[in-house]
Ligand binder design. Sequence first.
Ligand code: GLA
Length: 359
Amino acid sequence: MQTSYAPGRVELLGNHTDYNEGVVLSAAIDRGVTLIGERSGSSLVTLCSTTLGLTFTADAASLAPCKDQGEWANYLLGVLDVFQKEGLPVGGFSAEIKSNLPLGAGLSSSAALEVSTAMLLQKLFGLNLDRLTVAKLCRRAENEFVGVNCGLLDQASSAFGKAGHAIFLDCRSETVETTPFPDGVELLITQCGVAHRLSGGEYNERRLQCFDAAARLGAKALRDVSSAQIEAGKAILPELSYRRAAHVVGENERVLQGIDFLRGGDVKAFGALMFASHESSRHNFENSTPELDALVEIVRELPGVLGSRLTGGGFGGATVTLLERDKASAVAEALVAKYHARTGYTAQAHLCEIADGAH
Ligand code: GLA
């Protein structure tokens, strides 16, 4: 038997920048997906999810995405399929899946499952791929097999995580740097209690709107556009394209400012960028929801809170809040209570440590 583990991630700044060839700041968290498995000695694949209480079988020689009930299996089968298409010597295996990562919370349980599968397959079949290759193959599995056109953020964060460090990912050069996260602060992840629609059409729609805005500005990607250029182009851009582009371009700029603030230990300034990021999601990108807005509005009034924003794709899911460590538990408790009083929903608050990536 072999074991693999891959964590979930939290996006700190740089919302919807990855597929626009931009920059992102993220971190791997101390929750993730563990797989325990062995080779089957044939083409039989047996997957057993402890979390869901379900078992699924497939034939490695004829893989196809499952619909309905077996959709969770696609994240594992997709990685196996992509490895096979790359000519890597893999085959049937069995795996038991255990996860302490909330599903559908915007913390990339899907990427954690993919990256954990890639790590397990490597152990079982004697492969030694570098982390970037792992991240890219897993993204390909998600794009081609699962059918979600995500960028590299989730898989790269799960693969490259480093305890106590933020990850800076440049999605054009596909390079990763880690930078120490300041002491004395903590990350609070709060699920809004309304499911995040994973394969929701909104994500792919936003992606196309971004590509359209870049084309209208005569740019290869929104990565190449500055805020000044967007303001100058305001007259020729339809209002919707303007707002979509302003979000992505603003996020790229906030990431670059944010990394300087992290290096200088200026957590207050970093937190202000998080609030600005959320406001831009709400107004420009329209990927927030009334519940996520309520979480941010409530938490910003609580003592010790430095910044807060939605994290990940949006349209539900979770917020991430940066706060002073000694106030963290009190803030988490007050937030859940006040949010329930205001919306009727029960939020789940998780105080998270920044942890190592897949192994
Ligand atoms: C989801 C996608 C990522 C990224 C974020 C938004 O998490 O999977 O690739 O686009 O949304 O930043």
